[in-house]
Ligand binder design. Structure first.
Ligand code: NAD
Length: 349
């Protein structure tokens, strides 16, 4: 009998999902991915990839048509501050991500899935604990009384409870991580859904030395950012552990957004003026509290932010270069080649 473990990755066309497919393939798992789309920046390494909408219960039953050893659930309607905090996408975020979690959980329960991982978020933490200048409270047990600052956070909190109730009532083994700002190469870097590190890297890469970039807020809001490799390490360790969670998976190297911009400028060797603009920002202070993950898994993220930023900037700079080159090529294609005789016939009014 084969001992190869079978894994399903929901959201395998997205940033974290496509990276975990690669990592699990290196570890000899048999992997099926499912998503609305294939990964944007690489060829999927999944053994099988289903294009399907997980809001549809039939699709969920169809992709869970065998007994998976592990299911990782990353699919969600999500994005950075410009998508989550404007209020304009609240109905879609709650409805779409809610349906995905309801459907996939039911399908996994019916098909006797062994272990199911859910990607929750630091956005579930109450806003009232994240207003103080230097000591935001993001310990796992501070989640209640609940008061997330966005509908995205409320949906994640509801879904955490949904997964935990299937664990209590049906014995499904669930694993819940609360991610804190994951970043790295092959993540969304343009289009409105990009998060702060990618947004800053692309702005810095796009402009010449000595010019200006814009930042939402006063630049003093704080966050911590976790590089994708450490996110995968923590996620897989949690899945293989006996600990249900919820547990933070994040870095505890807290920086202001201005410091983040300065680090990227250093990497790019550019000096740019920063202009502050009003815009969606989320909570004032946030940092990962890593006491629980260290206690339960004997592991916590340790990589300095600068290391991950260097790899990410390099990749985004390359994307910006390619995009600028193809835009300039398009412009050249559209510019009519005017020969003297023809030019004279073009109407001037
Ligand atoms: P992502 O947007 O890159 O990936 C999500 C994927 O889900 C996308 O490929 C999308 O096409 C897919 N999807 C959306 N609706 C779907 C549907 N109806 N059917 C099938 N697929 C659908 O996001 P990510 O950064 O890879 O995040 C993965 C998970 O981790 C998400 O649940 C997110 O909320 C959570 N999370 C991420 C971060 C972060 O910083 N990246 C932080 C906290 C939590």
């Amino acid at each position: 009998m084969s001992t190869t473990k079978h894994v399903l990755i929901c959201g395998a066309g997205g940033f974290i999902g496509s990276h975990i497919v690669k990592r699990l393939k290196r570890e000899n798992y048999w992997v099926r991915g499912v998503d609305l789309k294939y990964p944007e920046f690489c060829e999927t390494e999944a053994d099988d990839f289903v294009i399907g909408d997980l809001r549809d219960p039939y699709i969920c039953r169809h992709v869970v048509d065998q007994r998976f050893d592990q299911v990782y659930q990353f699919a969600a309607d999500m994005g950075g501050a410009g998508f989550v905090f404007t209020g304009e996408n609240d109905a879609d975020i709650m409805h779409n991500s809610g349906l995905i979690n309801l459907n996939i959980l039911k399908a996994c329960h019916k098909r006797n899935t062994k272990k199911l991982f859910f990607s929750s978020s630091a956005c579930i933490y109450p806003e009232y604990n994240q207003t103080q200048p230097d000591n935001p409270n993001c310990a796992e047990d501070s989640a209640y009384p609940a008061y997330p600052d966005s509908e995205y956070g409320w949906e994640k909190l509801f879904s955490e409870r949904l997964y935990l109730s299937f664990h209590r009532n049906h014995g499904l083994e669930v694993r819940i991580a609360r991610y804190h700002n994951i970043f790295g190469p092959e993540g969304t870097w343009e289009g409105g859904r990009e998060k702060a590190p990618a947004a800053i890297c692309s702005k810095v890469a796009e402009v010449p030395d000595g010019s200006e970039i814009e930042i939402w807020g006063d630049g003093k809001q704080t966050r911590s950012f976790l590089f994708i490799d450490e996110c995968l390490e923590g996620t897989i360790r949690l899945m293989l552990s006996d600990w249900t969670g919820p547990v933070n998976i994040g870095s505890d190297e807290m920086v202001t957004i201005r410091q983040l911009a300065d680090m990227v400028m250093d990497i790019a060797s550019k000096e740019l003026n920063v202009k502050y603009l009003p815009g969606p920002q989320g909570v004032r202070r946030r940092n990962s509290d890593n006491s629980l993950i260290y206690k339960k898994l004997g592991w916590k993220p340790t990589q300095p932010l600068m290391d991950g930023l260097e790899a990410t900037y390099k990749w985004i700079e390359e994307q910006v270069r390619k995009s600028q080159k193809s835009k300039s090529h398009e412009r050249q294609q559209k510019t009519p080649i005017l020969h003297a005789g023809i030019k004279n016939r073009i109407p001037t009014a």
